[in-house]
Write a protein that binds this ligand. Sequence first.
Ligand code: S3P
Length: 181
Amino acid sequence: MSKEKIPHVALVGHMGSGKSTVGPLLGKLMKCNHVDLDVVIANQAGRSIGVIFEEKGEKAFRDFEELALKSKISNQEPLVISTGGGIVERTANRELLKEKSFVIWLRADTETLVKRVGNHPLRPLLKEKDPLEVFFELDKERAHLYQEIADLEIDTSNTEPSNVSEMLFDSLKSRLGLNHE
Ligand code: S3P
């Protein structure tokens, strides 16, 4: 699909980078629906992400995640899609995102990420671990993958979600030829 005709906008980045807060705000500005893949997965599985990890393991979660992405990205109407931080781990997901959406990489410095997510009990990857170490490792594994698929990147460290969404909307208007005046 040519980038001019892309219907979807996908937000990628680490846990705590702002994907789930910025997504709905951007959807509102773009006048299109927003979906959060973690919410889709939890609804479909009938259990929280934490429980899926506990009961079925990470591989099963990644399978759910891949299915949820495939299903939402084939939506005919444009969507803003907030992904989970690990969506880029599978090549198939990266290819799909790259082909079928305009990908925005939300970045933040590690200190900010740690402050935002702390020891969040709902995030299995952080459970009983030092968040600084987790983000250090995740950044090594994933930063280049986010970079590889990103059409646009923005640092959210010192910016309110509403301002991030407005900046993104401005940028999308010119880059995707959106007209919502
Ligand atoms: C994960 C990030 C989480 C969620 C799951 C795994 C990851 O989403 O998908 O806990 O692998 O980084 P958020 O990035 O929305 O926290």
